[in-house]
Design a protein around this ligand. Structure first.
Ligand code: SF4
Ligand code: SF4
Ligand code: SF4
Length: 292
């Protein structure tokens, strides 16, 4: 099932196989793939995930990272095989940048929860924008703020890797697949599956408010394995059962208001959309306020 927000982690564009075959040809000719790493509204944590990863140097024989405006002054201005994009569309400038970058690459890979489903910044959609802006900035006239939306709302996206931040190993694995010209292998299982693989003692069963049962895996259960409950940063699975999750947490003694706040922290747009489809009524007054 594909939600209105485009939460399918791998968006199968009709021409994906053509792109993969072209990437295979390039590799066969010994040509490196042209890759760029860009950011729009976000905290740069996703880009830092790539920059700090110890794995990426292993790919440098096969890819050229020709642009990272976050850390490089001189950046390639031409067309890329793959653009990796962090951040969400939250202003007119973001929208224009996303459109420009889409036109400059064969494959657009969005990384991080901001890019894939709005993450924490999307909470502003449920607040009064001018009030939020004035609370943060001294001058607001230049902001041209829009509702916070994922990149796929504005341009076609080929691959989406959620997470706040996204998992470096997953980005590496997907890039490796692309370099080899094969379809990326991306999990759609909930975090619980990864807990089982890692033999994590279930935190929910210990009474902690873990959102793992309804959250897309792929992070190798990094939080739960360290003893912290899953906060749902990778967004809900397509078949997430919200009423059952809410009931399970209420049965543990958690207040409905706190459960709703937790569900909305990293994935308010997707959770809200799924709640509508599943007939969940929020106790907390959550009103979408349109702005652009
Ligand atoms: S997904 Fe998280 S780490 Fe990435 S830009 Fe957004 S807030 Fe930062
Ligand atoms: S700790 Fe959370 S993610 Fe892990 S198995 Fe239990 S409920 Fe699932
Ligand atoms: S365990 Fe949950 S909160 Fe932690 S990285 Fe994975 S999806 Fe995000």
């Amino acid at each position: 099932m594909k939600t209105k927000l485009g939460q399918d982690i791998l968006c199968h564009r009709a021409d994906m196989n053509d792109h993969l075959s072209r990437l295979r040809d390039k590799r066969a000719k010994g040509q490196k793939l042209k890759v760029g790493v860009f950011g729009i509204t976000g905290c740069a944590g996703c880009q830092l995930t790539i920059l700090f990863s110890e794995k990426f140097p292993a790919l440098m024989d096969m890819i050229d990272i020709l642009a990272v405006p976050f850390v490089k002054e001189q950046n390639y201005k031409g067309h890329f095989d793959i653009i990796i994009l962090e951040g969400l569309v939250s202003s007119k400038a973001d929208k224009e940048k996303a459109e420009e970058l889409r036109a400059r690459c064969d494959l657009l890979m969005c990384i991080g929860a901001c890019a894939t489903h709005g993450c924490v910044p999307a909470m502003k959609n449920f607040m009064n924008h001018p009030e939020v802006e004035r609370a943060v900035y001294a001058k607001v006239d230049y902001l041209n703020s829009l509702d916070a939306t994922p990149v796929s709302k504005h341009v076609p996206v080929d691959i989406e890797l959620p997470g706040c931040p996204p998992d470096a190993n997953q980005i590496y694995a997907v890039l490796t697949d692309l370099v080899l010209g094969r379809p990326p292998r991306i999990t759609h299982n909930p975090v619980c599956v990864e807990c089982v693989k890692r033999e994590v003692d279930c935190l929910l069963l210990q009474g902690k408010p873990c959102l793992g049962p309804i959250t897309v895996g792929g992070c190798d259960a990094i939080c739960t394995a360290a003893g912290h409950e899953c906060m749902g940063c990778r967004g809900p699975t397509d078949d997430a059962n919200l009423p059952a999750m809410i009931q399970a947490l209420q049965d543990q003694g958690y207040k409905r208001k706190d459960i709703e706040n937790r569900l909305h922290t990293y994935a308010s747009l997707l959770v809200d959309e799924q709640a509508k489809m599943q007939g969940v009524k929020w106790e907390k007054k959550l009103k979408r306020k349109k702005n652009g």
